[in-house]
Design a protein around this ligand. Structure first.
Ligand code: HEM
Length: 487
């Protein structure tokens, strides 16, 4: 049995967090009051946890969040753990300021935040990205705006509509394997979660890296399952530890990342295994391309097709290899869980299910997915109802002003149509809440109703949000999901 279990995770993080208590106490003593303090929000249930337990550990999807939105509207204020989450410490020169988190589901505000260079990943997300994906320069989440732009442009050639069409046979093979497995099962009850999890991992292995599950290797597959378990197992202790850890200056966090705890070892292994695999594949594909062999058919192959000994767009081979962990982690559980939640809803709609099955069965040969209205409406509704990232945190790099679609009333009685934010303010992009706004999706916004998409867009708004169907499930703007067509 692996040494890593979700139960020793809090313990591991607690060790890493223990040394930070003095830093944390200094912050509590010297922090300044927030600038968004007049924006109404629910009273905080706990000084230690603020609203974080309700936000991160609900018993059902959006349990508290959708209620807060009902009471306070599309923009409101929550409290974080001791307020420490909003502290971007000395590392980037931002000043500790608020203990408030601004929750935003207002469409104009979201459009501004996801497209604006005035926001970047929160310290917690940057820390996580460092742990899993490696150094800043080649990491999507923490490189500079300019580095991100050129990295993304270079990698995008593997994710265009034409490139993704060339992976279809791989997707279809994976679907056939899974169907066969379900048909062959003698059990009347099947747990679809591990089956879909493995199916998406092997699909990404084949369509991104050109590797079968055997070629990915047992160690990498086991490690991948452990990483997914870490991501899925949040506890009170972990929330506290993460809040304290996000106060660390970057250099101290990086030093702490080398501590010999099981969780950190699992994260280090993930980064190492993915890099070794990616590097081997890139080298093999570059040699194949130089020898004039066809390397088309998977993302890394498309990137290495240049044939001149470098990857397309002159991207160094080691930078492509450094993306392996991101593609494996960002693509796998996101897709698998979206499918699981969609299938659960489908099981409650027998008539729609029968019609969808007929639509699928009627297709043979080269399938044009765009010409399958029921399948597309099912996919859109699954993504709308259950975005796998219900909230995504950002921090203001500098003072900025957020526009609003609808005015809000402050606790002072004043009405405002824009919010002045101070540098260092944490903002939550409330993706799930936006996708349940009755003003934008209709009175039945909380119902799973794929038919809403059959007459075109279900979104009633002028702002164009997200790369797909005006949904933010793949986010929007320069950091929107690179793999949305692939997904
Ligand atoms: C249903 C499935 C998926 C969902 C809902 C999803 C969602 C997201 C979201 C919300 C982000 C933005 C995260 C942030 O900025 O904080 C993102 C980024 C990203 N996703 Fe996906 N994703 C999915 C599948 C995939 C797949 C299959 C791949 C690749 C094979 C992929 C690759 C990426 C990459 C590379 C980024 C970073 C983009 C950047 O920062 O420029 N995703 N995804």
């Amino acid at each position: 049995m692996s040494a890593f279990t979700p139960h020793n995770l809090p313990y591991s993080l607690a060790i890493a967090a223990a040394s930070l208590v003095p830093v944390f106490l200094m912050y509590v003593v010297f922090r300044r009051p927030g600038t968004i303090r007049n924006i109404p929000g629910p009273p905080s249930p706990s000084w230690i946890f603020g609203h974080t337990l309700q936000l991160i550990l609900p018993t059902r999807y959006g349990e508290h969040e959708f209620g807060w939105q009902q009471s306070y509207g599309a923009v409101y204020r929550l409290k974080d753990c001791f307020g420490v989450r909003s502290v971007e410490l000395l590392s980037s020169g931002l000043i500790p300021s608020q203990q408030d988190r601004l929750m935003v589901a207002d469409p104009a505000a979201l459009h501004y935040i996801v497209n604006s260079p005035h926001f970047k990943f929160s310290p917690m997300l940057e820390n996580l990205a460092y742990l899993l994906y490696g150094p800043k320069k080649s990491c999507f989440c923490s490189c500079t705006v300019e580095e991100h732009k050129s990295l993304r442009a270079a990698l995008n050639v593997g994710f265009t509509a034409a490139a993704v069409r060339s992976y279809h046979s791989t997707f279809e093979k994976a679907a056939s394997r899974l169907t066969e497995e379900l048909h062959n099962s003698s059990s009347t009850t099947i747990d679809i979660c591990p089956l879909l999890s493995f199916a998406t991992l092997s699909t990404i292995g084949e369509a991104v890296l050109g590797q079968s599950p055997e070629e990915l290797g047992e160690e990498l597959i086991r490690n991948n399952l452990e990483i997914v378990a870490v991501a899925a197992s949040h506890s009170r202790q972990q929330i506290l530890a993460e809040a304290i850890l996000s106060c660390l200056p970057a250099w101290l966090f990086r030093a702490a990342a080398h501590l010999p705890t099981p969780t950190l070892r699992t994260a280090r292994d993930a980064k190492r295994l993915a890099y070794e695999l990616g590097n081997r594949i890139v080298q093999e594909k570059l040699v194949a391309a130089r020898d004039g062999l066809d390397t088309d058919g998977d993302v890394f192959g498309v990137l290495c097709m240049d044939g001149s000994g470098t990857t397309k767009n002159g991207l160094p081979g080691d930078v492509v290899a450094a993306q392996t962990a991101l593609f494996l982690i960002a693509g796998q559980e996101t897709t698998a869980t979206t499918l699981v939640l969609g299938l659960r809803e489908l099981s409650r709609l027998p008539e729609f299910q029968a019609n969808l099955r007929s639509e699928i069965m009627a297709k043979t040969g080269n399938i044009a997915y765009d010409s399958m209205p029921l399948l597309n409406s099912f996919i859109k509704e699954s993504l709308r109802m259950f975005p796998i990232l219900p909230i995504d945190d950002r921090i203001a790099r500098e003072d900025t002003i957020i526009p609003l679609s609808e005015k809000i009333t402050l606790s002072t009685g004043e009405e405002i149509s824009q919010i002045v934010l101070e540098k260092g303010q944490i903002v939550s992009i409330a993706i799930a809440a936006f996708q349940r706004l009755e003003s934008r999706w209709g009175k039945d916004a909380h119902e799973f109703n794929p038919n809403r998409w059959l007459q075109g867009s279900a979104y009633k708004g002028a702002e164009a949000l997200g790369p797909y169907a005006n949904l933010l499930s793949f986010l929007g703007g320069p950091h929107s999901c690179l793999g949305w067509r692939f997904a």
